[in-house]
Design a protein around this ligand. Structure first.
Ligand code: 5GP
Length: 125
């Protein structure tokens, strides 16, 4: 079920539980600002999720309320992960679904990194 991007943060969401170590994940990278892990249901040969350590529902919440340090740290982490996955030269795609129409399912901001094959043109179906 897609979530309401304007809802209050629910610390029982699955990614909050992953951040607290209550649910296992296949970690790719972790620093002060972000955690990156393999998506449980990959949609491309490389499919990693990057989430901020802070409690933000979605991109809107994060871009409006996060500190400059959180934003810089998170954006740098996304770039670092893609770089260390070797995806810069072949190319990759970022996606941050936000709210109902984008079918965001987990109410903790996550950026998808897709790569590992030619992804074709962006599709908005
Ligand atoms: P959304 O539709 O919210 O942008 O994407 C949520 C993503 O989280 C989906 O790609 C889904 O496969 C992934 N996901 C959901 N639950 C889990 C989980 O428990 N572990 C991991 N690693 N990924 C999850």
């Amino acid at each position: 079920m897609p979530i309401d991007a304007t809802q209050l943060y629910d610390d029982q969401n699955i990614f909050a539980k992953i951040l607290r170590g209550e649910i296992p994940n296949r970690t790719v990278y972790e620093d002060e600002w972000a955690l990156a892990f393999h998506d449980i249901n990959p949609q491309a040969p490389e499919h990693v999720l990057v989430i901020p350590k802070g409690a933000y529902v979605c991109w809107d919440d994060f871009s409006a309320k996060a500190s400059e340090a959180e934003i810089a740290g998170f954006v740098r982490a996304v770039g670092h992960v893609a770089r260390t996955m070797g995806l810069v030269e072949p190319g990759y795609r970022l996606l941050a679904n936000t709210g109902f129409d984008a079918h965001q399912e987990v109410p903790h901001l996550h950026v998808h990194i897709f790569g590992g094959k030619p992804l074709g043109p962006m599709l908005v179906r």
